[in-house]
Design a protein around this ligand. Structure first.
Ligand code: FE2
Length: 190
């Protein structure tokens, strides 16, 4: 990784996760480290803004440990695009870097006892702009959209690579739950 800042960031994350196993504690302690990455954005490269047109967003992997822990990604969202509600099955935290993405948190109203069924209710929307943090516990459900006219960019950290976990995507209108589709991702060049 060319950016020493990212290497420094990852080692700070490791110093927290080696000590903390409680996701809520991890999120609290990772928050100031995320804010630091929004303050000095010299680690951002132009290719982080390259999105897959069909998918609507672009994911650049900046770190992933051999055991799939500590996934760090830069994610950009094209104007007018978004992603359906989903969970992560691990803790996650996002800080806005550029532009504005709308993060929507959803409450689950049913008990999850009926396979394939999920009743979601919108809980809140957060405008994730530069320096704004949103975080997720493993079962939290969120969706994202970019209502603005410019591509947005944010930095994401997950306890474990979500694509390796049995996570779900939801359709709040048809009240369905299904396995989350795999995302197209790019590994950052050295
Ligand atoms: Fe997500």
């Amino acid at each position: 990784m060319s950016s020493g800042l990212i290497a420094e960031f990852v080692s700070e994350l490791k110093s927290i996760t080696v000590m903390e196993i409680d996701p809520a504690e991890v999120l609290e302690r990772v928050t100031p480290v995320m804010k630091k990455m929004a303050k000095d954005t010299s680690w951002v490269r132009p290719e982080f803004y390259e999105a897959d047109e069909d998918q609507g967003f672009g994911i650049t992997i900046l770190n992933e440990e051999d055991d799939h822990s500590l996934l760090v990604e830069a994610i950009c969202w094209l104007p007018g695009k978004g992603v359906a509600p989903h969970d992560h099955q691990t803790w996650g935290i996002v800080v806005g870097i550029d532009g504005v993405e709308i993060n929507v948190d959803w409450d689950r109203m049913d008990d999850g006892g009926k396979p394939g069924f999920a009743d979601l209710k919108k809980a809140r929307e957060t405008s994730v702009e530069h320096g704004v943090i949103v975080s997720f516990m493993p079962d939290d459900i969120h969706s994202v959209r970019n209502d603005a006219e410019t591509t947005s960019l944010s930095l994401h950290v997950y306890g474990v690579t979500p694509s390796t976990l049995p996570r779900s995507e939801f359709d709040p209108i048809n009240k369905t739950q299904k396995p989350c589709p795999q995302r197209k991702r790019t590994v950052a060049a050295e």
